[in-house]
Design a protein around this ligand. Sequence first.
Ligand code: PMP
Length: 434
Amino acid sequence: DRLDPVTGDLVRRRIDALGPSYRLFYRRPLHIVRGSGTKLYDVDGVEYLDTYNNVPSVGHAHPRVTAAIAEQAAVLSTHTRYLHESIVRYAEDLLSTLPDELGHVVFTCTGSEANDLALRIAKKHTGGTGVIVTRNAYHGVSTEIASISPSLVGVDALPDWVRWVPAPDPRRVDWSGYASLGEWFAAQVQAGIDDLAANGVRFAAFVADSIFASDGVLADPVGFLAPARAVVAAAGGVYLADEVQPGFGRTGDAMWGFERHGTAASPFVPDVMTIGKPMGNGFPVAATVLTPEVVAEFGRDMRYFNTFGGNAVAIAAAQAVLDIVRDEGLQDNARVVGAHLQESLRALQSQHLAISDVRGAGLFVALEFGLESYAAAEDLTLAVVNGLKEHHVLVGTAGIYNDALKIRPPLCFSIEDADRFVTELDAVLTELGQ
Ligand code: PMP
């Protein structure tokens, strides 16, 4: 099963030039050269349905984003040290989508930088260093942030200022002694805070992806994060909502993932929010959004300057994305198409008994396989991912045991796209004898 000579040569040159830390998807790698909306095209012109990529959130190569980037690049691309109207206008526009308490935006280029800055600020604000994360969390690549990303470095390699708590997975944890999953989760966070204190480490921050993407996509029951938020506040720590995955309308019912955990009477408000990935539809732009209280000490004693962060072209891309999300009703589309997708996938469960769970919110859906062992479920998941690729559908994997499909397409995903995904999945599972 050899690669054709042209692909084989590119793979070899890539390994020689880029070194050992890069990975390719698929046993037979894809060579994608063009994208449009929810479709990707390979070097031979073959079309693939993209149900994996969340960065091109308003659609691959959206003409409005492309034009905004090109127009601004043709005029000016400088940093944030001169006055420029567009950065202020975008910041005001972004803040208008958030609770009033979140009052300042600091621009970076990546989600990792946004989290790195957020932690520095949280440590300065609290005078502590202790951080709590979930079991399989991923928050980024800087040395500091890799240290709070057990999915990257492994739980055994976490430094002594980090504690992990089990992810709030209602089917896999025993919360029977508690009034709710949320109460159980809050008790885990409290235990982490107590353990830090017992070891002389002052608590600084609780960091959580509001949809727990790398812990397996945990969206329900809505509201389960509220008790943990209260525990963090009572301990004087900073609640950092990592919205890199769920933000910008993906969950359908809200613009931001944390909003799903509050109510009108009792809104959920983090101290810090970090955003990235879909923010520029592929142009590198990310941000840390904070309450003025949290950033006060940091702003008094330190400066923050990020050479490329928030430059005029990055802001043009970000403004175009925010405008498109609203103008094209993409949050609503995520809600409607996501609900249809989940319903159709549940209907498949009666024919394919290996499907053990379908869950998620909006266009962030996980489909889990349950077999005699987690290893067997992982093998099936990888076989389905590769099988779907042969059917020209691209999908990812999720979960601590890699036993689920991660379905997270551009937000312009249509009902027809969803139906095509379900039809092809049905076919692949039948081919695999499942
Ligand atoms: N937080 C979460 C939840 C993420 O998924 C990622 C990226 N996968 C990051 C942070 C880091 O973002 P970046 O790759 O832009 O540094």
